[in-house]
Design a protein around this ligand. Sequence first.
Ligand code: 13P
Length: 257
Amino acid sequence: MRKTIIAGNWKMYKTINEAIDLANGLKRELFKLDFAAVEVVLCPAFTALSEVAEVLNETDIQLGAQDVYYQDGGAFTGEVSPLMLKDAGCKFVIIGHSERRQFFGETNETVNKKIKASLKHGLTPIICVGENLQERESDNTFKVIQEHIKGSLVDISAEEMLKTVIAYEPVWAIGTGKTATPEQAQEVHKYIRDLLSKMYGKETADEIRIQYGGSVKPENIAELMGKPDVDGALVGGASLKADTFSQIVTKASEVIK
Ligand code: 13P
């Protein structure tokens, strides 16, 4: 049984005070939630991590960061190490988000190094993969997904894979309001699971959680979660308000598979 995981990627939004308000709002909205059924992760900007960690202290809501560097420390101006993220209270870290691939030169090779460094320090990487519109329209979706998965997971063992989460985020669905249909999401999620099965064996692949990301909202979460290989969501825009994010979490927790 894969436990549903819903994560909010706050991207480059929210000052420290705004982040504290949002985390407090979510705490209030989600206190009745059955956390045995769903894992909830908030990923604020680096500047707000410690303060949000304090708000989430003694709740079941987890903290994650949006990126990490792969060195433990050193002269790497502007970067943040896995140790620093642990220190700030993080359990999760998003790695290889399409915005990092698109705007900041992230490659499968750097994603691979970041995954290894995160695992070494006990952080759970949320590994993002996904095709852009042109790649989908030219029928290259599976090819791109395969490159992202194989390139990002070089020398990662089956045991380590069990400590990761995969996020399928079609770039054309991010921030566009254009969600993949549940069928489109399921098709790629199944492809990813079959690929993981070939790489790590069926038993391992069956345990790895695969989230969907891209214009997830309260109106479409239940249908997406209804698909057998969709194990959760990575939510951008709709995670910036306590009411919409908590509705997504609640609806996801009610889907029984
Ligand atoms: P939106 O939910 O705003 O489309 O963003 C998805 C995303 O990029 C989450 O990482």
